[in-house]
Design a protein around this ligand. Structure first.
Ligand code: UT7
Length: 324
């Protein structure tokens, strides 16, 4: 059957110009460059300026991905934006992005699956394309986590960054997206969350008392376990072994979590794309930005096999096996 698959036609990223280093953080909270590097691998992160919003970075990432794919606004027939930090409640970020890009009439929505949002969006877009409901999808993961971070809490403020990553996914005769695997378990909802919402109320947010809450150590342990399980599940589903992977492109939350997943796969760190040192944890933006970095610096080449994975609040976790 023709065009029964989807493939990545182009990638892009958009980052704030402003960079916050570990040294900058040393002046803000009781921490040290040494602690942050050794516990997380993070050295710096990009932070949105006051006048910038998530949509700015999504737009930049989308434009770069569309240019790389050689497609224009009229070619896109599906827009999905994964985010936990939308500019506003509605119109959804997909519609807001449509307006910025001059895309009219196609399906557009945002989805919230915390750090796994991009993988969720990729899974959905792949299914739209495989069933013939779309031919050319724009998928974006974008966040401004800095807007929900408590800048006086050293336990969390050293971790997060802002930015967006995007891919254009096109119908193709060959995969492309070989398989996607999604999971969630709401029983872990209290380990990593942001407590406000329209229905519950934003009072604490207004008073500056509301922010991301995380039981870091417990999140860490579940993340290592679930990511270890999902990379194994992905390989088994495709009857393949890790030595056939060219690159692991993991969620960039913590270098030690990434190393644990690579160890599980017996994959040397030379075959793992790392951006955590430069971007920090950008939630759903981290995987598409890491992919774009590696595509643009020439490490990821056409024909190579990539394993993408992510884990985040919910908990949600997911993976995608890709022939680039
Ligand atoms: O993206 C979604 C998924 N999120 C994650 O995957 C994050 C998962 N969690 C983590 O990455 C790690 O748990 C953290 C990086 C958040 C924390 O690392 P940890 O090794 O689990 O440290 P800890 O929370 O157990 O804290 C160890 C010590 C504590 O001091 P005491 O009680 O041992 O005296 C903390 O108070 O480190 C202290 N500490 C800090 N010290 C200097 C915590 N934050 C800092 C800091 N600077 N920024």
């Amino acid at each position: 059957m023709k065009n029964a698959y989807s493939r990545i036609a182009g990638t892009g990223r958009g980052l704030p110009e402003k960079i916050l280093t570990n040294q900058d953080l040393e002046k803000m909270v009781e921490t040290s460059d040494e602690w942050i590097r050794s516990r997380t691998g993070i050295e710096r992160r990009h932070i949105a300026a006051d006048h910038e919003t998530n949509l700015d970075f999504c737009e930049q990432a989308a434009r770069n991905a569309m240019q790389a794919a050689g497609v224009g606004p009229g070619d896109i027939d599906l827009v999905i934006v994964g985010t936990t930090t939308p500019d506003q409640v509605f119109p959804n970020m997909g519609c807001l992005l449509q307006r910025r890009l001059g895309i009219h009439g196609c399906t557009a929505f945002s989805l919230e699956a915390a750090c796994t949002g991009f993988i969720y969006a990729l899974d959905i877009a792949d299914k739209y394309i495989r069933t013939g409901s779309a031919k050319c999808a724009l998928i974006v993961g974008g966040e401004t986590l800095s807007r929900m971070t408590d800048w006086s809490d050293r336990g969390t403020c050293v971790l997060f960054g802002d930015g967006a990553g995007a891919v254009v996914l096109e119908a193709a005769e060959q995969p492309g997206i070989i398989s996607t695997h999604l999971h969630a378990d709401g029983k872990y909802a209290d380990l990593l969350y942001f407590p406000s919402g329209v229905s519950k109320g934003f009072d604490d947010l207004k008073s500056g008392k509301d922010f991301i809450r995380m039981s870091g150590n417990e999140v860490f342990k579940v993340a290592v376990t679930k990511l270890g399980e999902i990379v194994t599940e992905t390989l088994q589903a495709n009857n393949m072994t890790a030595d056939k992977l060219d690159w692991l492109i993991p969620h960039q939350a913590n270098l030690r979590i990434i190393e644990a997943t690579a160890r599980k796969l017996k994959l040397p760190m030379e075959r793992v794309i790392l951006t955590v040192q430069d971007h920090g944890n950008t939630s759903t933006a981290s995987v598409p930005m890491a992919l774009d970095v590696a595509v643009r610096d020439g490490r990821v080449q056409r024909g190579q096999t990539l394993l993408l994975e992510a884990f985040g609040g919910g908990f949600t976790w997911g993976s995608a096996l890709i022939r680039y």
